[in-house]
Ligand binder design. Structure first.
Ligand code: ZN
Length: 128
């Protein structure tokens, strides 16, 4: 099993494998919290899993289709902070880095998440 691209580690700092991290969410299990959903969406970007990205996008903001940058090489995810606004809504601030056409880019976003019928969804985000 490959190491999960989201970079989550155990308390001891060991990298988690896909099957112990984002893999089950990609396979249909509901992510238990907004940070896990955020991480699994990052992993889906790395793996090119467009269907997962759309499925975890709240219907109010979900694009009709999604084209991923074919040449993007994802370099890592850093969760800066996450907090619940109330029981069913949350914000996660993250930095994702990728290289495209030889140029390193840093995506810094504060994302909004909501929970409906037990499932967390990405809504939208503000670039920081
Ligand atoms: Zn992961």
């Amino acid at each position: 099993m490959p190491v999960c691209p989201c970079g989550r580690t155990t308390a001891k700092g060991q990298a988690l494998n896909m099957d112990a991290c984002c893999g089950p969410y990609h396979a249909g299990q509901a992510a238990p919290d907004p940070e896990s959903l955020m991480r699994s969406r990052y992993s889906a970007f790395v793996l090119g899993d467009v269907l997962y990205l759309l499925a975890t996008w709240h219907t109010s903001q979900r694009p009709a289709e999604l084209m991923l940058e074919a040449g993007a090489k994802w370099l890592g995810l850093q969760i800066k902070q996450h907090h619940l606004r109330d029981e069913d809504s949350a914000e996660v601030e993250f930095v994702a880095r990728f290289r495209l056409g030889g140029k390193a880019t840093r995506l810094h976003e504060r994302s909004r998440f909501v929970r409906e019928q037990g499932c967390w969804f990405y809504v939208d985000g503000d670039m920081l």
